[in-house]
Design a protein around this ligand. Structure first.
Ligand code: GEK
Length: 243
């Protein structure tokens, strides 16, 4: 079970860049549920979409799996016969904690394998579905297209990438409004203005949002044939890209 996220509750003299370390792991679920509007809907739908797109005897990836919420949803919905699910994260603390938790999942977890690796170094095998929920946003901008190209090349024809991201609205006034609405959401979830401000500064230069137009154009450039936004709330969205 997740503890309550109090990481930025007290005033910090110096805010260090955000890292997925053991402190974050211990409160991760509380943090993401109270910070990302629509998180539960996106994770739940990841299971449903994997169920639709995954093919029997193929691989499915969960890239940036954290504590396995998306993997859990995919296994709960049920993957086709002989599908293997590879959950990858480069935080050893996340993978260690996930490894311990899987034993308590009340479902058949024999199909899932965990890998502690940077997704930029991962050799992607032929696969039918890739979930990348709120992970691409942490890669330096220049590393995003090469990864998406490798995903597109690894996907079987008709396979799909589900990509969820925090994004930037192209019009500055709308972007400012959506940022305000997101902060209002965080306040309603119990975060103080100090917590919101300190977390924002920790994520500066770590989480780099782009516009939905950028995402769409780059996915098409990477080799996907069709791209659509299926979920959007304030400055968070999820896209489905078909190979
Ligand atoms: C969920 N998908 O619950 N290689 C591998 N993992 C990475 C990399 C990288 N280069 N960079 C960051 N990560 C999850 C939530 S959280 C989103 C994903 C958030 C990992 C990082 O260690 C963390 O576990 C995850 O990506 C991002 O649906 O906290 O906003």
């Amino acid at each position: 079970m997740s503890g309550e996220d109090q990481i930025y509750r007290q005033h910090h003299e110096k805010i260090s860049s955000f890292r997925f370390d053991s402190r974050v792991v211990s409160v991760f679920e509380d943090m993401i549920e109270r910070s990302v509007p629509g998180y539960a809907a996106i994770v739940g739908m990841t299971g449903e979409l994997a169920h639709q797109y995954a093919k029997s005897h193929s691989l499915v990836y969960d890239l940036g799996c954290s504590l396995g919420a998306s993997s859990h949803a995919m296994l709960s919905w049920g993957l086709p016969e002989n599908c293997r699910l590879l959950a990858v994260d480069n935080s050893p603390e996340m993978i260690d904690e996930l490894r311990q938790r899987i034993g308590n999942w009340n479902l058949d977890s024999s199909a899932i394998e965990l890998q502690c690796e940077d997704i930029r170094d991962l050799t992607l095998q032929p696969c039918s579905f890739v979930a990348m929920n709120f992970t691409l946003q942490f890669l330096p901008l220049e590393h995003r297209l090469p990864l998406l190209q490798r995903i597109a090349s690894a996907l079987l024809p008709g396979g799909a990438l589900l990509l969820s991201e925090k994004f930037r609205h192209q019009d500055d006034a709308t972007d400012a409004l959506m940022i305000d609405l997101h902060h209002q959401f965080k306040r309603s979830m119990g975060y103080s203005d100090l917590e919101i401000a300190q977390k924002r500064s920790a994520l500066e230069d770590v989480l780099i949002p782009e516009s939905l137009q950028n995402h769409r154009d780059r996915l098409l450039q990477a080799g996907f044939s069709q791209v659509g936004v299926w979920f959007q709330c304030f400055n968070f969205a999820s896209l489905i890209a078909i190979r």
